[in-house]
Write a new protein. Structure first.
Length: 182
């Protein structure tokens, strides 16, 4: 079997490491941890809000990117109670606000595979820099970003190589279609 994407070997590796059996949720957690884009997203998210607040209240310290919480004076029972209190706060928050609290990452309406195929076939190369699939992985980009109301309509989609797409992110709504160097 030819494995043309990272997902197949990662799934097989996960199953081998878990003794041959894992739930879909367990596999999804491994995929999430291996996804560098998600790691970078959460690094930025952590720096933007919870670290700032917890540092300001002198609950945690940060030194050269290492976050510390002084738990040396807590007994095992106190640590266990603190973890349980955090778990309860998380559960209460999700119950109150719904799973939408994670909506910064969840893509509820991904680009359908057939639409993705049509866009890649239409454009054939990065619409910004001209890279082909031989130069860099090609991705389907939302011209008007999803976070700003963009849809999966064909007129709102364009092909960008991974470096251009990551650079563009959701910063603007420039339509590069047919502007790539020939």
């Amino acid at each position: 079997m030819k494995m043309s994407h990272i997902y197949q070997p990662l799934l097989i590796k996960t199953l081998v490491e878990s003794g041959g059996v894992a739930t879909v949720t367990q596999i999804a957690r491994v995929f999430s941890a291996a996804d560098e884009n998600q790691v970078r997203f959460y690094e930025a998210r952590i720096k933007q809000m919870p670290l700032k607040v917890l540092k300001r209240h002198k609950i945690v310290t940060v030194n050269k990117g290492v976050v510390s919480l002084d738990i040396s004076k807590l007994s095992f029972t106190e640590r266990t109670k603190l973890i349980a209190a955090c778990n309860q706060s998380i559960a209460d928050f999700i119950e109150e606000r719904g799973e939408g609290v994670w909506s910064g990452m969840i893509q509820l309406d991904p680009v359908p595979a057939t639409t993705r195929y049509m866009i890649l076939k239409r454009d054939k190369k990065c619409q910004l820099c001209g890279n082909t699939k031989d130069d860099a992985p090609l991705e389907v980009d939302h011209i008007l970003p999803r976070s700003k109301g963009g849809t999966n309509n064909l007129t709102n989609l364009q092909t960008l190589c991974r470096p251009c797409n990551q650079g563009k992110s959701n910063l603007d709504d420039t339509d590069f279609t047919n502007s790539a160097s020939s």
